[in-house]
Design a protein around this ligand. Structure first.
Ligand code: PEP
Ligand code: MN
Length: 348
């Protein structure tokens, strides 16, 4: 259930309603907008019945009580009264009118490779840096990532560039190591429905990017976000990265329609990964332009100083020397959708 307070409701009146809802056993989620406060009473049907029984609409401070019909509740657009969430990631913003370019290599390979990529990404206008230290590889015989050594190189890259770090966590046993370095933790497509891992991230409180599973519906993606939000972590970013279809001419089908449709469904920022969808460098730029123009809040793209010799995903990584020109075109496309490149954090 969603309780919309009146514009004149005081903090005491909000607290009174929160107390009444807590008494029903429902989880309470307060969202303070510019003019209105909305209180979410989250629980099962039984909780909804008890909250309805409180007769909150009788209170002067309550404007209306509306059931949230969807399965996803904390991620629903309704709970934020139709507003976009704007997240602050270590000093750079994502969501609203900001367009975030998250760039960097598929995986951390060496200091030299990571630093060269990081500097090119920063100079080209990226607001966050990506790089995997734990890699979800289809074959167990492929390179699996440098692990803790890779995390240390990411920390050095942040030190050098001031850019926040996005890196993937696959196994909850590595969470403490990853939390030492990551400003945003990436949950890969293959782990989108790893619910215990999502719950741990909810508890950890660090911003999370959740990538859509190869065959996940948008509702399933939002339910994955719900696992993180439910633990009190409000910093969730959704990522469309291509889905499996009958088409075999390219690696995945980038579902760009997901962007405006997710925007209708949720208040959470939505970004696009053109690199893993395409699997081919030549497709990355056109897909990025389309994603920006269709209203994505950002792009996460793979950039490498020497893709021909990359340890993984070489064919899809943009050459570091080409990143600035690419970023300029993407920024122009984002402007069509009313967005401007997000400001980088000020290096301290
Ligand atoms: C990645 O971003 O490095 C990655 C493996 O992506 P995905 O989980 O979308 O395949
Ligand atoms: Mn990759």
């Amino acid at each position: 259930m969603m309780i919309v307070m009146t514009e004149s409701a005081t903090d005491e009146q909000v607290a009174e309603v929160v107390g009444l809802i807590e008494g029903t056993g429902a989880q309470v989620h307060v969202s303070k907008g510019e003019t209105l406060t909305v209180i979410g009473a989250i629980g099962d049907q039984e909780h909804d019945g008890r909250v309805a029984g409180l007769g909150l609409e009788q209170l002067d401070s309550v404007d209306r009580v509306v059931p949230i019909a969807k399965q996803y509740k904390l991620s629903s657009r309704q709970i934020k009264n139709g507003q976009d969430s704007i997240l602050d990631i270590a000093g750079t913003k994502i969501g609203g009118k900001n367009f975030s370019l998250i760039a960097g290599p598929c995986t951390v390979e060496s200091r030299d490779q990571m630093m060269t990529a990081a500097i090119a990404c920063r100079d080209g206008g990226a607001s966050m840096l990506r790089g995997g230290a734990y890699k979800p590889r289809t074959s167990p015989y492929s390179f699996q990532g440098l692990g803790v050594e890779g995390l240390k190189l990411l920390a050095e890259a942040r030190e050098e560039t001031g850019l926040p770090i996005v890196t993937e966590l696959m196994d909850a046993r590595d969470i403490d190591d990853v939390l030492e370095v990551a400003d945003v933790i990436q949950i890969g497509a293959r782990n989108m429905q790893n619910y215990p891992l999502l719950t741990e991230l909810g508890k950890a409180g660090r911003p999370v990017i959740i990538k859509r599973g190869f065959s996940a519906t948008l509702e399933e993606l939002l339910m994955a976000a719900e696992y993180v939000l439910k633990e009190g972590n409000e910093s969730v970013i959704l990522c469309e990265r291509g889905i499996r279809t009958f088409e075999t001419a390219y690696r995945f089908t980038l579902d760009l329609m997901a962007v405006p449709v997710l925007k209708e469904m949720t208040h959470l920022p939505v970004i696009v990964d053109p690199s893993h969808a395409a699997g081919r460098r030549d497709l990355v730029e056109p897909l990025s332009l389309a994603a920006a123009a269709v209203g994505a809040d950002g792009i996460i793209v793979e950039v490498h100083p020497d893709p021909q010799n990359a340890v993984c995903d070489g064919p899809q990584q943009i050459e570091a020397v080409d990143f600035a020109a690419y970023a300029e075109k993407v920024a122009a496309a984002a402007a069509l959708a009313g967005r401007a490149l997000a400001a980088r954090p000020q290096k301290v």
